[in-house]
Design a protein around this ligand. Structure first.
Ligand code: PMP
Length: 457
C-alpha cells in the first residue's frame, strides 16, 4: 500500500503546479487548495486535511457501487497481474472469459461482450458496429444514429456528436455526420399536454424517424434513466412504445448503461426495470466500481453473426482494437465486484434504501418549497430545485452550487446535474454506494435539509 506522508503539503503543491483536473476552472485554485482525496473506506472518503465525508455520489460520478477499500477486489487484481497482466484481446484471458459468462447470465437475450476501457469508448464501439452493419448489409444507407436531448454518451468526438447536452459539445465541432437528436421525455418539464405522456414522448421519436426516412436510421441510443441530464425516469408506457418503434422500422436499440449498469437502479441493469429487449448494452462505471478501468459493449448473437456471415470477405470482421480493452486486471476486478453485489444482496438493499431516500426527500418538500420534484430509481435519485413551484422556474446554478457546498461543509458530498444544460443545471443528485445503510440515508437527508435551510432559510 502507498504510504501517505504525514504532511501532504508537497502533494497539494505538486497538484497545484502540475495537474490539470477534469471539468474544473483552475483560476480559483491559485488562491485556494485543490481537494485531494487520500483514502476511502465503505461509503466514506477522507481528504488531505483528514476531513471525513459521506460520499453520496460514489466517487463523484456514480461509480464506486460496492464502496471503497474492498480488499478482495484488490487481491483479485493483484493475483491476476502476477499471473498474467496483459495480452491483446485478439487472444482471450481467463478472467475475460469468466466475467463474460457471469455477466451474460444476468442479461437474457444478450450473448457477446466486447471489452474496452471507458464508457465513451464502449459507446463508440456501438456506433462503429452500426456503421459497419450499414456499410456491409444495407448498402451504406442505414447509418444514422439517433440520440436524445439531455442524454450524454461520452467525451470523444463521436460520442459528443451524440450529445444531448449542448454546452458539452459546442466548442468541439465539426462532428461526424448522421447524428440526429430526438426530444427528451421528462414529464416534469412537459413538452406535450396529453394524458399518456410516455407514449407521446416515444411517438416524438417516431416523428423524427419518419422525417429522416426510416431506411436511413440504423440506431437509437438512449440512457435507461438519464443521469447527468437530470435523473430522468421515463414515464410509464415510454419503453414499450420505443421498443415497438424500433422493431417497426428495423432500428437497433442501444441502451447506455454506463451509469445505471451493475445495480444502480436496483436491477442488474436499468433496462430490466422496463422489460426492454435491447440489441446493444454498454456499461462502464460500476462494472468494476473504479478498482480497474473496464467497459463492455454487449450485443446479441444476431448482431454478432452479421460480422461472421461474410467470412469469405477477409475484411468483414469488426475492424477495431483497443490496446488495453479487456486487459486482465479489468475483468478480474469485475468478476469479484459482481460476486460482491450478488453475495451481499446489494440489489435488494439498493431498492430499499433508494425508496427510503426518495421518501425522505419528498418529506422535505413540505419544509422546503424550493424542491420542485423528486425522482429516481434505486440509489439513483434527483431533487430538482425551482424558484417557484407553480412556474417551475429553475433555480440558478450558482445557488444550487451553494446548497452542494453547504452539504459538503456538513460532511456529505452530493452532486448536481451537469453544467452543460443551460438553465437546467438545477437538480441535486444522489448516488451513494449500494451498501448504504439507513443511518447513511438519514445522514444524507439531514445534510440536504440543513444545506437548504442555510441557503434559503
Ligand atoms: N454514458 C453515460 C450515461 C455517462 O454518464 C458517461 C460518463 N459520465 C459516459 C457515457 C462516458 O463514460 P466515460 O467518462 O467512462 O467515458
Amino acid at each position: 500500500m502507498t504510504q501517505l506522508p504525514n504532511d501532504l503539503t508537497h502533494i497539494v503543491e505538486a497538484d497545484r503546479a502540475h495537474v490539470w483536473h477534469h471539468l474544473l476552472q483552475h483560476k480559483p485554485l491559485e488562491t485556494s487548495d485543490p481537494r485531494i482525496i487520500v483514502r476511502g473506506h465503505g461509503i466514506r472518503v477522507w481528504d488531505q486535511n483528514g476531513r471525513e465525508y459521506l460520499d453520496a455520489v460514489s466517487g463523484g460520478v456514480w461509480t464506486v457501487n460496492v464502496g471503497y477499500g474492498r480488499q478482495s477486489i484488490a487481491d483479485a487484481v493483484r493475483d491476476q497481474l502476477v499471473e498474467m497482466n496483459y495480452f491483446a484481446q485478439s487472444a482471450g484471458s481467463v478472467p475475460g472469459s469468466l466475467f463474460a459468462e457471469r455477466l451474460l447470465a444476468k442479461m437474457p437475450g444478450m450473448s457477446r461482450v466486447y471489452y474496452s476501457n471507458s464508457g465513451s469508448e464502449a459507446n463508440e464501439k456501438v456506433f462503429k458496429m452500426v456503421r459497419q452493419i450499414s456499410a456491409q448489409h444495407h448498402g451504406g444507407r442505414k447509418s444514422k444514429i439517433l440520440f436524445r436531448e439531455r442524454d450524454y454518451h461520452g467525451t470523444t468526438i463521436g460520442a459528443l456528436a451524440a450529445c444531448g447536452q449542448p454546452q458539452r459539445a459546442e466548442l468541439y465541432g465539426p462532428f461526424p455526420d448522421g447524428f440526429v437528436e430526438v426530444p427528451h421525455c421528462l414529464e416534469y418539464r412537459k413538452q406535450w399536454d396529453v394524458e399518456n405522456y410516455g407514449e407521446r414522448a416515444a411517438d416524438a421519436i417516431e416523428e423524427v424517424i419518419l422525417r429522416e426516412g426510416p431506411d436511413t436510421v440504423g440506431l437509437l441510443c438512449l440512457e435507461p434513466v438519464t443521469a447527468g441530464g437530470g435523473v430522468i425516469v421515463p414515464p410509464a408506457g415510454y419503453w414499450e412504445r420505443v421498443q415497438e418503434i424500433c422493431r417497426k422500422y428495423d432500428i437497433l436499440l442501444h441502451i447506455d448503461e454506463v451509469v445505471c449498469g451493475m445495480g444502480r437502479t436496483g436491477e442488474w441493469f436499468g433496462y430490466q426495470n422496463y422489460g426492454v429487449e435491447p440489441d446493444f448494452v454498454t456499461m462502464a462505471k460500476g462494472v468494476a466500481s473504479g478498482y480497474a478501468a473496464i467497459s463492455c459493449t454487449v450485443t446479441t448473437e444476431a448482431v454478432f453473426d452479421m460480422f461472421k456471415e461474410a467470412a469469405a470477405d477477409p475484411m468483414s470482421y469488426f475492424r477495431d482494437i483497443s490496446t488495453f480493452g479487456g486487459c486482465a486486471s479489468g475483468p478480474a476486478a469485475a468478476l469479484e465486484n459482481l460476486r460482491i453485489i450478488e453475495d451481499e444482496g446489494l440489489l435488494a438493499n439498493t431498492r430499499t434504501m433508494g425508496a427510503r431516500l426518495r421518501a425522505n426527500l419528498e418529506a422535505l418538500m413540505d419544509k422546503h418549497p424550493v424542491i420542485g420534484d423528486v425522482r429516481g430509481a434505486g440509489l439513483f435519485v434527483g431533487a430538482e430545485l425551482v424558484a417557484d413551484r407553480g412556474t417551475k422556474e429553475p433555480i440558478a446554478e450558482a445557488v444550487v452550487q451553494k446548497v452542494v457546498a453547504e452539504a459538503g461543509a456538513r460532511g456529505v458530498i452530493i452532486g448536481m446535474t451537469n453544467r452543460s444544460l443551460p438553465g437546467l443545471n438545477n437538480t441535486l443528485c444522489f448516488s451513494p454506494a449500494l451498501i448504504a445503510t439507513e443511518d447513511d440515508i438519514q445522514e444524507i437527508t439531514d445534510a440536504v435539509d440543513a444545506g437548504l435551510t442555510a441557503v434559503f432559510g
